[in-house]
Design a protein around this ligand. Structure first.
Ligand code: GTP
Ligand code: SPV
Ligand code: MN
Length: 597
């Protein structure tokens, strides 16, 4: 337990407001975890999977209204609206708190209030942040136990120190005698709130039990709140994977890559190179915290302890390391469950067994045209179960970053890979990232949207200032020669008839190979108006049958298409008004001038 008075007072205060039947302090033990799982299996909220096929695994199906992040109900609450900026929903802290307080009154009736002490980052490291999540969802508890370092050991380290209070309720109180549903949540989307108070480092979440809405250490703390801290303190909190790449000569470099939600971070972080001599190791698949060390090297840690990965299209072909991470001790959400107690999803690599129960708890009817798994179905797995986990993944010193990659789903215009001329050009490149939207958030319009640095839903302050922060990281770097090089990649180019022009997945190592060669100064490139692109012979496509004919198109820069793109960039930049740094306007003008030459 704890003697931390601030923590005890905070818990008591909310227990009085939320009125749970019980308060349970999570110690993080195996016994506690098993007991929670057993209770949820007994109540029917969870399905126990076959102990031989999936030891220690359970499956949950959510309410069909509660399947992903709710961006239109996610708020940044600052005293001044301009501090939240044009890309965030804003409400004043006082108004938001008054409104939400009404929702929280009695919201945990008939339920247990769980207190989850957690650390983002290795236990006891001085980069790590301690949060305490209050929740009425046992599903959240068992997920947080995988995704973070959680339990009594965190309270021991906290002592009477400071923590980030994270309040969560599914918003579904039970009247006396009322039977619970499988997945309690607020039935109306407008009753949901994912609110952040960056001026006081607080998180209030209400009404959803799913992923980033409810596992508050992840997007809410490690990105939205941490991005504010990072800005104040001169470091970076980013929506990035971290991976180590070793080339056939035995040279190892780490890179970090920002792709929007469901655009390939987990897959890239864990890829298995199909060409001989290369090796990839995973440090993280979603979030990176980065600081300069005493030598001026930018070092990254993964603040998480697990993966909350997209299940559909994860297969032994596309990502065996992700599948193996989920062999045991894992939680599956919104996948199919087969009659023999295993999981199934679209693209898992074999046919769907007859009698599989779909994510809506119905026996799957192949004639129905409905999918078995929800497109945003996820697995929650301990990172140390990944066969390719990097030996340094928990090193509190972090790993040295040699390159940043940006990218998104772009069926046309954007080449397979290109490199920025310098740091500020790279920041501009990150600021204009566009991607076709995915199922990772509810209610988005189909088509390409700008998702700068893959942080559109996660930057906890004015994104114009965020661009400025990235510029200042370059300007204030202790040793500019040690700054990571910046690249943009696009695995998602399509032909006129809708086929992928690039095989993707493990074959992406071929592009990483070129990037590593650029980092090591081993290879020349072609200068184009948008940046350096590879000479096509410098991308190794040995053994990729039929690939040669697409390579010209994949590395081509079409000035006409890019001038059309510039019209979209102009619209995008206008949104930021005065908050857009001059350097970003200058970069844009320079790009247009190069394209028109
Ligand atoms: P979040 O966890 O939402 O932040 O997503 P993520 O960026 O980790 O995405 P993930 O790696 O889970 O990939 C999402 C989807 O993209 C999956 O369905 C993959 O099958 C697909 N995908 C990943 N890499 C590639 C690729 O190289 N080529 C193609 N065509 N599809 C890919
Ligand atoms: C994302 O949407 O980028 C995710 C999943 O990583 S969630 O944790 O739900 O935000
Ligand atoms: Mn993510």
């Amino acid at each position: 337990m704890t003697k931390n008075q601030k923590l005890l007072d905070w818990v008591n205060e909310w227990a009085a407001i939320c009125q749970p039947d019980n308060v349970h302090w999570c110690n993080g033990s195996d016994e506690e975890n098993q007991q929670l799982l057993d209770e949820m299996i007994k109540s029917g909220a969870a399905v126990k999977l076959d102990e031989k096929k999936r030891p220690g695994c359970v499956a949950f199906n959510s309410d069909p209204s509660d399947v992903a992040r709710v961006e239109n109900r996610t708020f940044i609450c600052t005293s001044k609206e301009e501090d939240a900026g044009p890309t965030n929903n804003w409400m004043s802290p006082d108004k938001m708190k008054a409104e939400m307080l009404e929702s929280y009154k009695g919201c945990m009736k008939g339920r247990t209030m769980y207190i989850i002490p957690f650390s983002m980052g290795p236990l006891g490291s001085n980069i790590s942040k301690i949060g305490i999540e209050i929740t009425d969802s046992p599903y959240v508890v068992v997920n947080m136990r995988i995704m973070t370092r959680m339990g009594q050991k965190v309270l021991d380290i906290l002592g009477d120190g400071d923590f980030i209070p994270c309040l969560h309720s599914v918003g579904a109180p039970l009247e006396a005698g009322q039977k619970d549903v499988r997945w309690p949540c607020a039935s109306n989307i407008d009753d949901k709130y994912i609110s952040h108070f960056p001026e006081t480092n607080e998180i209030w979440s209400f009404g959803s039990g799913y992923g980033g809405n409810a596992l508050l250490g992840k997007k809410c703390l490690a990105l939205r709140i941490a991005s504010n801290m990072a800005r104040r303190e001169g470091w970076l909190a980013e929506h990035m994977l971290i991976m180590g790449i070793t080339n056939p000569q035995g040279v190892k470099k780490y890179i970090a890559a920002a792709f929007p939600s469901a655009c390939g971070k987990t897959n890239l972080a864990m890829l298995i190179p199909p060409i001989p001599g290369w090796k990839v190791e995973t440090v993280g698949d979603d979030i990176a915290w980065m600081k300069f060390d005493e030598e001026g090297v930018l070092r990254a840690i993964n603040p998480e302890a697990g993966f909350f990965g997209v299940a559909p299209f994860t297969s032994m072909e596309t990502n065996p390391n992700a599948l193996h991470s989920a062999d045991k001790n894992s939680i599956f959400t919104n996948v199919g469950v087969t009659p023999d107690g295993d999981v199934w999803w679209e693209g898992i690599g074999h046919d769907c067994p007859e009698g599989t129960i779909d994510w809506k708890n119905k026996v799957h009817d192949p004639a129905s045209g409905q999918t078995v798994a929800h497109p945003n179905a996820r697995f929650t797995s301990p990172a140390d179960q990944c066969p390719a986990i990097d030996p340094a993944w928990e090193d509190p010193a972090g790993v040295p970053i040699s390159a940043f990659l940006f990218g998104g789903r772009r069926p046309s215009t954007v080449p397979l890979v290109y490199q920025a001329f310098d740091w500020n050009h790279g920041v501009f490149m990150g600021s204009i990232v566009g991607s076709e939207v995915t199922a990772a958030a509810i209610g988005l319009k189909a088509g390409v949207r700008r998702d700068p640095f893959a942080m559109l839903p996660f930057c906890g302050y004015n994104m114009g200032d965020y661009f400025g922060h990235w510029i200042s990281i370059g300007e204030n770097a202790p040793d500019k020669s040690k700054l990571p090089l910046i690249f943009n990649v696009n695995w998602f180019r399509k032909s006129e008839d809708g086929k992928w022009l690039w095989p993707g997945y493990g074959e992406n190592i071929r592009v990483l190979g070129w990037i590593l060669d650029r980092v090591l100064g081993n290879v020349d490139a072609t200068e184009t108006p948008i940046g350096y692109v590879p000479k096509k012979e410098d991308i190794n496509i040995d053994g990729l049958e039929g690939q040669e004919k697409y390579m010209d198109e994949l590395v081509e820069v079409d000035n006409k298409l890019w001038l059309e793109e510039c019209e979209l960039i102009a619209e995008h930049q206008e949104k930021f008004g005065d908050a857009l740094p001059k350097q970003m306007k200058d970069q844009f003008e320079a790009l247009k001038a190069r394209l028109k030459k």
